[in-house]
Design a protein around this ligand. Sequence first.
Ligand code: HEM
Ligand SMILES: N/C(=N/c1cccc(CO[C@@H]2CCNC2)c1)c1cccs1
Length: 366
Amino acid sequence: INEIAIIENEAFEFVRQFYEETGRPSNEMQSRLAAVEASLRETGTYSHTVDELAFGARVAWRNNARCIGRLFWESLEVIDCRSVRTEDRIAEALFNHIAFATNEGRIRPTITVFAPDSAEDEEGMIRIWNHQLVRYAGYRTAEGEILGDPASVDFTEQCLRLGWEGKGTKYDVLPLVIQIGNRQPRLYELPSHLVKEVSLVHPDNSAFDELGLRWYAVPILSDMALEIGGLRYTAAPFNGWYMGTEIGARNLSDVNRYDELPRVADAFGFDRSTNASLWKDRSLVELNAAVIHSFKANGVSIVDHHTAAEQFMRFAKREQDNGREVNARWSWLIPPMSPAATPVWHQENLREGRVRPDFVAQQRPY
Ligand code: HEM
Ligand SMILES: N/C(=N/c1cccc(CO[C@@H]2CCNC2)c1)c1cccs1
């Protein structure tokens, strides 16, 4: 019973926020509140209207303390797939998400929302096992080395266990793994024409191009839950565009990721015998410059960390002007490269609290 009371509190708070923030009449709010209460009493759950769902997804983005890209929260494209109930049709919807969001490179921030874990005719919770819809495999080799992305080793081993066979290259795109309830998870290879990738080249140094570095165009997070008004959407993949440092200062440069800084340094002839040459810093700058240059040259949306930081400051100001508190975690909002050279670094009064709607981490399904 108290579980229903908790859902009811969250539901009423969300419905009130929806009607007030969108300027809908209060008499309509009252009748909506009564309908939600009746549904909770009869079935222990309720359903969002399409407008409530879209508003909730956008506000969840606006609320997330760790996102630097929130200036554009109102333009999120919301695809309602709550009626899609088979693995095959979920896979089809995910293919459509990739194509729609990629948009030939003019990336559209998009979320596809599948049924919540409390849906009435539920056949079981829907989970996408992938961390992101597009990501590279990581293989532990016989010599104890890792080929590909070390961050993907566990998931890759699950895919192999479930019957997938990778090509065994450094940049193998992983399959989708979709599970409903505790049924056998189903695997779906991504059609290659859907997966846009960017080969990384440097504007001033062709020796860099010989490194053969590349990355995929669109980051589509698929393992977080979207919580709105007491309902939990356990499969709600969402994408924006990349901030360059994610690829250049973490994914390709972390020692426990692709660890490419030594090879970048050698392509520029930096002195790697001493820290004092700042060869790692020089390599980070050149690698990140190559990422931004290559994405733009290929017409793929990307934002540099200075522009992204300025956009966040504009977002924070606009929220304050609208009388809303900004939910923010400083340690995530500063970029991993030249953080003190961005205005976010010097922003003192950033606070974080528990807000809803929001995106939340969920337990790994494997
Ligand atoms: C439009 C361009 C966007 C940019 C440039 C951007 C940038 C970022 C960056 C750099 C991070 C930190 C990631 C990390 O350090 O690993 C982040 C976190 C996050 N972003 Fe955004 N974002 C964008 C759009 C979105 C959208 C559309 C959503 C959801 C609708 C979203 C939700 C989140 C969430 C939930 C996190 C925290 C993830 C976690 O806790 O692991 N972002 N964003
Ligand atoms: N640019 C992005 N970057 C990320 C946003 C959220 C999470 C991540 C990856 O998070 C991993 C888990 C925690 N750090 C790495 C990356 C976006 C992905 C989806 C929408 S925007």
